[in-house]
Design a protein around this ligand. Structure first.
Ligand SMILES: C[S@@+](CC[C@H](N)C(=O)[O-])C[C@H]1O[C@@H](n2cnc3c(N)ncnc32)[C@H](O)[C@@H]1O
Length: 457
């Protein structure tokens, strides 16, 4: 057992009015439970040399991967290992791909603070089926109340695909101007794919900015590009702009009823966000992939936790209600006590053995699973392009329902080697266009061909 002490970012205490240490404790416990195999214990606060640390024990000590994960804690400043009376620095690495002014430079009333946004994104990601892939997966994140893009920027920073939506046109314009200027000023390789009004049946239904960004020239050459997609429309219409099951994480900081109100067609402007949640959560839930997660924060002075949670449950999501997930409430100012609710869209759990009576259903879910593996494989390959080189590349990962998956990708062809299924496919574009799945032990007619939509990745 080894003991560690984490120093939290000095600015965190200012923005959280003293709650930063407790929030770091809760976040650390969530990391411990989800990606560090429950090896983190005795999370406390201790004063060493007059400075407060969040201290914790780790069974077997921290591996390189563990510190690479913990480097992304929202308030992590520095980490030390206790060696007798002394503190030995443990180098922290972060996923961050761009200069941090991407997140900090914009200042405006109603902005969600950056550290809190990172906390909200982290705990949502850790509630998803792909928590263990934090360091390798290109998550697709949607903030359906994105304001001027704090969550979108944090997702870009992490190397994820980022989407946002807000009904406020000034916010949309300000964010569009900020992002495009910032990308140019930093000479970051990017390509605007769409910018302007979106028309359906000759009517303008919103505005959209869609672009591709690459972290470096090498990444761009290797096709390692992130997508950014921001829409100006009402959030209850999110389904008109994003495909069902196309998003891994939905992350939103709901209006507080102070600077911003919640607007719905029925009620107009309201202080509490419940009517907005009632109308919007079912729409957001449909956009989530199975195994994906939704995290929202809101002001508990205007809506109780139980009332907000009911809307998530009613949309078929499973709310995380165990202790560390319940320890994220904190005071922001006189008018705002903010809390976080995180819920998962239950994963598809195909029957582990093909069932002769329902071959078609099973074949479809296997096809979907294989597609997810393939897409994950491409992402792993993207991220690891420096290591693997070309040629055939073996992949291992975790499939739907936590199953271990092995397979290989060679060029655009791929295969998986699981029993009782074998599957193989070919993609002409680097993304799968169609996949044939052969299920051993099921009559040939039960094999299925699945054609994913382009947004599936
Ligand atoms: C707390 S703010 C989010 C701020 C954002 N995280 C940021 O840092 O810029 C809540 C946002 O919800 C938006 N909003 C409220 N009702 C909405 C609706 N019906 N559709 C879309 N956006 C809405 C507001 O315009 C506001 O930008």
């Amino acid at each position: 057992m080894k003991r560690y002490g984490m120093l939290i970012l000095p600015s965190a205490n200012r923005v959280y009015a003293g709650a930063a240490v407790e929030l770091t404790r809760a976040e650390l416990e969530i990391f411990g439970a989800t990606v560090l195999d429950g090896r983190v214990g005795a999370v406390q606060t201790s004063t060493v040399g007059g400075v407060r640390y969040v201290t914790f024990d780790v069974d077997g000590g921290l591996s390189e991967r563990d510190t690479a994960l913990l480097g992304n804690l929202s308030s992590a400043y520095a980490l030390f290992e206790f060696v007798g009376d002394l503190l030995r620095p443990v180098p922290l690495t972060r996923l961050d791909r761009f200069d941090d002014d991407l997140i900090t430079i914009q200042k405006y009333p109603g902005k969600t603070n950056e550290q809190f946004t990172k906390l909200l994104l982290n705990v949502t990601l850790l509630a998803s089926d792909w928590a263990g892939d934090l360091l390798t997966r290109r998550f697709r994140v949607l903030d359906p109340l994105c304001g001027r893009g704090t969550t979108v920027n944090q997702a870009i920073m992490y190397g994820f695909d980022a989407a946002g939506l807000d009904r406020d046109s000034k916010d949309f314009e300000a964010y569009q101007a900020f992002l495009t200027t910032w990308l140019k000023r930093k000479r970051i390789k990017h390509r605007v794919l769409e910018s302007g009004p979106v028309r359906r049946e000759r009517k303008v239904v919103g505005r959209r900015l869609r672009l591709e960004v690459a972290a470096s020239k090498e990444a761009h050459k290797a096709g390692d590009v992130q997508s950014v997609d921001v829409v100006n429309a009402d959030t209850t219409r999110a389904g008109e702009f994003f495909r069902p099951g196309s998003v891994d994480l939905v992350v939103a900081d709901a209006p507080y009823g102070v600077q911003h109100g919640s607007r719905t067609a029925e009620q107009g402007l309201a202080r509490d966000p419940l009517a907005l949640l009632a109308a919007a959560v079912p729409v957001w839930a449909r956009l989530l992939r199975p195994g994906g997660a939704l995290g929202i924060s809101w002001n508990t002075n205007v809506a109780r936790r139980e009332a907000a949670a009911e809307h998530l449950t009613a949309a078929g999501l499973t709310v995380q209600d165990q202790p560390p997930w319940r320890a994220l409430s904190h005071r922001v100012d006189q008018a705002i006590v903010r809390d976080i609710l995180v819920a998962q869209n239950p994963p598809l759990t195909p029957h582990p053995h093909p069932h002769p009576h329902r071959p078609r259903d099973l074949a479809l879910s296997v096809a979907e699973m294989c597609l997810m593996r393939l897409m994950r494989g491409h992402k792993v390959q993207d991220r690891a392009s420096g290591e693997g080189g070309g040629g055939r590349r073996r992949l291992t990962g975790v499939g739907v329902g936590g199953r271990a998956v092995t397979g290989s990708v060679s060029g655009n062809a791929w295969s998986t080697e699981d029993t009782p299924w074998t599957s193989s496919g070919r993609s002409s574009t680097g993304r799968p266009t169609s996949v044939t799945v052969i299920i051993k032990g099921i009559p040939a007619g039960a094999s299925t061909r699945s054609t994913p939509t382009s947004s599936a990745g």
